[in-house]
Write a protein that binds this ligand. Structure first.
Ligand code: HEM
Length: 430
């Protein structure tokens, strides 16, 4: 598939970088199947030079190797999420950085571990136990209100979108009345490539206009969180917002921009990802009544269901790295400074790692998926995500007798965080 010069044909390059192709899931998976076989490490080059060429990494083993080697493969200085040259230029002009927000995902050692340590304990299972009861009450409430509105409901709107949003906002100490504003801002940042999600008619905008809109969202976030931080310094509580507001690194408080970046990465990373995974699992169960009945009857399968939901959905579709030195991989010579895309969607569908990878199987063991990444940057919120998904499915399996699709679900158009934007269901309760 790749020529002697290792460059992928332009139709494949377009498929990898076009947000719309992530809404055409099966076609995308077909392409990744071919790439893993024929060109597992291959160059993606824009015909019009609109983005810096990068190496597309599609095999599980290669994605894992890069993720775990945080010395040879860096998150800085190139953008850590795929961006066009124009978007990167604009970001640099607006903020002085390649990324609109400087946060954990942008830092490398020695700064990264110092920043990560500040909140890592907070997100450990023993601490999350303290909020488990609250999460369960929320899940029960949302499931009940969905049932009250049934039998036909949009699962995304009724349950999957509001639940993780509310949880992460509580953790960040954001009052409930500000949640819609936070949702809008994160969707402008993350769902910015999808017109329905950004709610701003982006389909007719130029790349620069879109980037400006996203930059506006970032600025709004920064202003908002500056207010929260000031309040938490005056009146510290035991939430994450207080931890960040009062944190010191090398004896100094965090600079305002880094503090805002910290809040933003958690506000943004903490809900769309988890929502997409909840909807992904529900889609799989709605399509396969046998699987639904199996897990309903045997709750020991629940942890497996959660893990499979996370793999099968792969809500975070990629992250980028920059090679710090020359390295050989998949028969290709990667040079120091080269940009690389770790494609988690492809890695999580690699048949060398997963039998029948497109099948949803709650009893899949082992299930060492790459959906949370690996190495120094492995998802900080993975225990929180698992906990919420488990609690939600406990509530759903308790209450629902049957569930089926009531229409065609739609995936969002996004290269980065993807998943369903609608999931019409017909539900049956006792
Ligand atoms: C199913 C839901 C989720 C998925 C699929 C997911 C996926 C990911 C991935 C792939 C990474 C990058 C890993 C790497 O570079 O190796 C990441 C990082 C991160 N995630 Fe998640 N995530 C989820 C939920 C959450 C939640 C609920 C939070 C809430 C705090 C969160 C916070 C973060 C943060 C702060 C980072 C950056 C960590 C670092 O760079 O050190 N994520 N996540």
């Amino acid at each position: 598939m790749a020529s002697a010069a290792e460059v992928l044909p332009s139709d494949i390059a377009r498929q990898v970088i076009a947000p719309e192709s992530y809404a055409e899931w099966n076609a995308l998976l077909n392409t990744f199947d071919r790439l893993r076989e024929e060109a597992p490490v291959a160059k993606v080059v824009a015909e019009d030079d609109s983005f810096e060429p990068f190496w597309l990494i599609t095999r599980y083993d290669d994605v894992m190797r890069i993720s775990k080697d945080n010395t040879r493969f860096l998150n800085n200085p190139k953008p850590v999420v795929f961006a066009t040259r124009q978007a990167t230029e604009f970001s640099r002009a607006a903020t002085g950085s390649n990324m609109l927000v400087d946060s954990l995902v942008v830092f490398d050692a020695p700064i990264h571990p110092k920043y990560r340590k500040l909140t890592q304990d907070w997100f450990m299972p023993r601490n999350l136990k303290l909020i488990e009861g609250e999460i369960r009450r929320l899940a029960d409430k949302l499931v009940q209100s969905m049932i009250d509105d049934g039998p036909e409901v949009d699962f995304v709107k009724r349950v999957a979108a509001p639940m993780p949003l509310h949880v992460i906002m509580q953790i960040l100490g954001i009052p409930e009345e500000d949640e819609p504003k936070m949702l809008m801002l994160t969707q402008q940042m993350f769902g910015g490539q999808d017109a329905d999600l950004s709610g701003s008619g982006m389909e007719n905008m130029t790349a620069e206009q879109i980037t400006q809109l996203v930059a506006g969202a970032v600025k709004n976030f920064e202003d908002y969180f500056a207010g929260i931080a000031a309040e938490r310094r005056a009146n510290p509580t035991d939430d994450v917002a207080s931890v960040i507001a009062n944190a010191k690194v090398d004896g100094e408080p965090l600079p305002d921009r880094d503090m805002a970046g910290y809040y933003i990465i958690m506000a943004a990373a903490g809900h769309d990802t988890t929502s997409a995974t909840m909807s992904g699992a529900m889609l799989a169960l709605a399509r396969d009544p046998g699987e639904f009945a199996k897990v309903k009857a045997d709750r020991s399968l629940l942890p497996g269901l959660v893990e499979e939901a996370i793999r099968w959905t792969t809500a975070v579709q990629h992250f980028m790295r920059t090679a710090a030195e020359d390295v050989e991989m998949g028969g290709q010579q990667i040079k120091a400074g080269d940009w690389m895309m770790l494609n988690y969607v492809s890695a999580n569908h690699d048949p060398a790692q997963f039998d029948r990878p497109r099948e949803f199987d709650a009893s899949r063991t082992p299930n060492r998926h790459m959906a949370f990444g690996a190495g120094a940057h492995q998802c900080l919120g993975l225990h929180l995500a698992r906990l919420q998904i488990r609690i939600l499915f406990e509530a759903l399996l308790d209450r629902l007798e049957e569930v089926e699709l009531a229409g065609e679900p739609a995936r969002s158009s996004s290269t980065f965080v993807g998943g369903l934007k609608t999931l019409p269901l017909r539900i049956q309760v006792k």
